[in-house]
Ligand binder design. Sequence first.
Ligand code: URA
Length: 214
Amino acid sequence: MQPSSFPNVTVLDHPLVRHKLTRLRQVETSTAGFRRLTREISLLMAYEATRDMKLEDVEIETPLEPMTGQLLSGKKLCFVSILRAGNGILDGMLDLVPAARVGHLGLYRDPATLEPVEYYIKLPEDMGERLCIVVDPMLATGHSAAAAVTKLKQAGARQIVFVCLLSVPEGLRAFTAAHPDVKVVTAAIDRELDDHGYIRPGLGDAGDRLFGTK
Ligand code: URA
């Protein structure tokens, strides 16, 4: 784990993550491989994204003696997947926290303006009582991420973490300016966005590679 030069942005810098991310980027990685790697990296990212969850003491008995243990306190987690590529990350997160509530937010990028357009939203009711972990593999312009978080705040979310595989400096600048209170966890900060809004060197279109579409 490495703090970045952006406030509130953590790069999950770990040999396993770097290895898996390199395999993920490779053009020859199959759809099945891409899906599996995304899931595995996401599980590791969930570990960092949930670091600030609250615990409470509980009295338990082991087979040998009583002791004070700790369990997660109160309402817990909500994952929000930005459709459709967010679902690849969601699978890995749910491997780690299978009981979490899940929201879905459908946003697509208008190819001409690169601005986000909402087409679907379904969220749990008690967003304000949960740590809300928003997942989208690519933080590119940052506009979709910022629009998604604005929606979640309007729905009552108060504690939000944004998790992505790849990001770029310009996207992080835009996102953190719009939501300075939101922590970002990313596996890598790439060089730049190209003229089509793709992250370079990147991994291509995350949704297409996850679902085998073009
Ligand atoms: N979305 C993607 O899937 N890939 C990019 O490089 C940028 C946005």
